[in-house]
Design a protein around this ligand. Structure first.
Ligand code: PMP
Ligand code: GLU
Length: 418
């Protein structure tokens, strides 16, 4: 379902799409604006009009990029490293990224298997463009990150949405995966730790999925962007390493945005078989030239420097996670699975449907979010944007103080529902 387009960008109306002078392509007219970006814009707009917004919408770390990373960018600019780089990214950065996969996960990988893009979103777009087209199917377990289905549709391929449920922790089962795989399946998209549910699959659960996929001709796009944000005993797994032969059919996505609080730098990467990476680099060379040079030097410093900042941010996210879960647990009307990764809680508000919240009868998750924003000034993203109506996503990438105050208001709204 489409998010309410109260702020730019917004989906085009039919008359705009068929404007007389410049007609807009079918593909672009069909694209929905990213619901998370729309929600972020909404908060900005309200803030500009003087309202204090409890913004729990956009999934981006509220921390500043660590100083040593910013310093590396400044140095790069001073040294005149401000030119085009190779389309696939700087060799030294690709060596550092490959080295991290070898050292941390034991993936056999060299720089020729790495491509740097302008954000992980761009890396996913490149991967889909290089592998999918009309007639292909891409399996996406729901709830899924907002952009997956639109990015798939932009290639002409068809997203095959496969429902998972809270009862099994929003996990895709091997049996269900086996049922939906077909000769048309080009890719299976996996995302652990998951946005929006916070689900982290265990190694054995992923092995079971890998075994099913390996019986087919499908490839895997494993989005591991939240790999450094796991809690309790959850562990990040590099899907490509799980079975021999799996790396030859897996494209791994990650990046600097979430790990190093570098969302605005737009630095993401893909790791995969050399031929696919080369195809993706060809696409990128035509469509973006290369990723930002300054961003790449900053990312090099992020990977080479102390990882203490990553752990410090992770610990703070964990404290916020516990705070939010405690508060939500005290609300009888909402249900959720405790997240073990990323920085979101995805909770079920469907028990409130048909009731009055802040004076409005609530019929769906979008209306719930609208009421929470209008009356409580709490900004969240409706579950419908993630393919899971009935739910709401709360991002706890916000200060504890703001979370406490926002949750006080949310509690009031929910407890007063009648
Ligand atoms: N994948 C997932 C699951 C995400 O939540 C996001 C959102 N940032 C991305 C990819 C894209 O990240 P980036 O900011 O690096 O484009
Ligand atoms: N991934 C983040 C989110 O889900 C950032 C916004 C986006 O890129 O969609 O909120």
């Amino acid at each position: 379902m489409e998010a309410t387009p109260v702020a730019s960008p917004a989906k085009l109306s039919p008359s705009e799409a068929e404007g007389p002078l410049i007609s807009i392509s079918k593909m672009a007219s069909a694209v929905q604006p990213s619901a998370t970006m729309v929600a972020g814009a909404k908060a900005r707009q309200l803030r500009a009009s003087g309202v204090h917004v409890f913004d729990f919408s956009l999934g981006e770390p509220d921390f500043s990029t660590p100083p040593h990373i910013c310093e590396a960018a400044i140095q790069a600019m001073r040294q005149g490293l401000t030119h085009y780089t190779p389309a696939e990214g700087l060799l030294e950065l690709r060596v550092a990224i490959a080295g991290r996969y070898v050292g941390r996960y034991g993936l056999e990988c060299g720089p020729e298997q790495v491509m740097v893009s302008n954000g992980a979103k761009h890396a996913i777009h490149n991967a889909l463009t290089a592998t999918c087209g009309p007639g292909d199917e891409v399996i996406i377990p729901t709830p899924y990150w907002v952009s997956y289905s639109d990015l798939v549709e932009m290639t002409g391929a068809r997203p095959v949405l496969v429902e998972t449920s809270r009862e099994n922790g929003f996990r895709l089962s091997p049996a269900r995966l086996g049922e939906v795989l077909s000769s048309r399946t080009r890719l299976v998209m996996l995302n652990s730790p998951c946005n929006p549910t916070g689900t982290v699959y265990s190694r054995s659960e992923l092995v079971a999925l890998a075994d099913v996929i390996m019986e087919s001709r499908a490839a895997i796009l494993s989005d591991e962007i939240y790999e450094n944000l796991v809690y309790d005993d959850a562990e990040s797994t590099c899907f490509a390493t799980l079975r021999s032969g799996l790396a030859e059919r897996t494209i791994t996505i990650s990046g600097a945005s979430k790990t190093y609080a570098m969302t605005g730098w737009r630095m993401g990467w893909a790791v995969g078989p050399q031929a696919i990476i080369r195809a993706m680099a060809n696409v990128q060379s035509q469509q973006a030239g290369c990723p930002s040079s300054i961003g790449q030097y900053a990312t090099l410093a992020a990977l080479a420097g102390s990882q203490e900042c990553v752990e410090r941010m992770r610990r703070e996210f964990d404290a916020r996670r516990l705070l939010v879960c405690d508060r939500l647990r005290s609300l009888r009307a909402v249900r959720f699975c405790e997240p073990r990764g990323a920085f979101y809680v995805f909770f079920d508000v469907s028990a409130l449907f048909g009731k009055r919240v802040a004076g409005q009868v609530i019929a769906d998750s979008a209306q719930f979010c609208q009421a929470a924003l209008e009356v409580g000034h709490i900004n969240m993203v409706p579950g419908s944007a993630f393919g899971a109506e009935g739910y709401v996503r709360l991002s706890f990438a916000a200060s504890r103080e703001n979370l406490e105050a926002g949750l006080d208001r949310l509690t009031e709204l929910i407890e007063d529902a009648s």
